[in-house]
Design a protein around this ligand. Structure first.
Ligand SMILES: [Mg+2]
Length: 305
């Protein structure tokens, strides 16, 4: 009895191991000035803390894939950093995989919004310290996972093209400016997929598979979306001549797309999309695989929130 109690006590007192990964160049709201506060809050909530300063996005994925030695993996960054971390974490067997924590310091924090995470660093640290976890869906496109959105076409590869300094200074505005810049040179592409037994073929300017609740800060894009329904929200914007295409895009940006009946929108857990030429995809603001795309649900992942 005594031994049993002592081992129980020992287990209860054993602190959880937490690895904090941060990119010193990510986001306008840098973590570096608040690193000490973050460590204090994590330690006070019973965590043994180790720190990894990421030298690149590939480095985030690599350290995440090796993090079976910790109970929590906390990423200070935006959607792109979370994307890399999740791709690393999903290489670890589910029973050895640490729970993901997020400190939203990036330029794009759509996933943090979907999880209702506080914007302030100390508050977000407290949430992680409390340790309540939630199982959320992930999406998969070919061999890569995504947490918020997979997309192709207009306005979507903007994040990859905008310089980090410009992004940090201008934030959301940088995406729109770059998006407008790409309008005149953009060529629509043809997509082909099966839906409800019918073959759908259309020239399009934008294709999106959304897992989260907002894209690029646009919160009315997929108002009925859920992070736990095991489904992705597909949005397809057909090419329709520039004045009409602009009207459709504006309707998306303002959340008025219900009135733009030409936009196709549906839920699915799986879709294979063929295109008339190789098209680049964008996953959570990072470069993704070229088409053809096989899109499906990935495993659910535990997140602190
Ligand atoms: Mg969903």
């Amino acid at each position: 009895m005594f031994t049993w109690r002592r081992s129980r006590l020992k287990k209860a007192m054993k602190s959880k191991r937490l690895r904090l990964v941060y990119n010193p160049n990510a986001g306008r709201r840098k973590l570096t000035g608040q690193l000490d506060t973050a460590i204090r809050i994590f330690q006070e909530s019973g965590h043994e803390v180790c720190i990894h300063r990421a030298s690149s996005s590939e480095d985030i994925e690599k350290i995440a894939s090796q993090s079976m030695d910790v109970d929590r993996l906390v990423i200070a960054g935006g959607d792109g950093s979370i994307h890399q971390a999740v791709n690393g974490l999903l290489r670890i067997a589910a029973n050895k995989r640490p729970v993901l924590g997020i400190l939203p310091v990036g330029t794009a924090n759509d996933l943090a919004y979907a999880l209702h995470l506080p914007k302030s660093i100390p508050d977000a640290c407290q949430v992680i310290g409390k340790g309540n976890s939630f199982k959320m869906d992930t999406g998969k496109l070919n061999d890569r996972y995504f947490v918020n959105v997979a997309s192709a076409g207009l306005l979507t590869d903007v994040s990859q093209k905008v310089d980090t300094h410009v992004k940090n200074t201008l934030g959301q505005l940088a995406y729109f400016l770059k998006g407008i810049e790409t309008l005149p040179s953009f060529k629509p592409f043809r997509v082909e997929f099966d839906r409800d037994g019918n073959r759908y073929t259309e020239e399009v300017v934008l294709f999106m598979a959304v897992n989260g609740l907002s894209v690029g800060g646009l919160r009315n894009l997929v108002p009925r979306a859920s992070l736990t329904d095991g489904k992705l929200d597909i949005l397809v914007v057909p090419a329709a001549g520039w004045p009409e295409t602009l009207r459709l895009l504006l309707s998306i940006l303002t959340g008025e797309k219900v009135k733009a009946e030409k936009i196709m929108e549906f839920h699915t857990s799986e879709l294979t999309v063929l295109t008339d030429r190789p098209i680049n995809s964008d996953l959570d603001g990072e470069a993704g695989p070229e088409s053809t795309w096989h899109i499906e649900m990935g495993p659910k992942i535990s997140v602190l929130c």
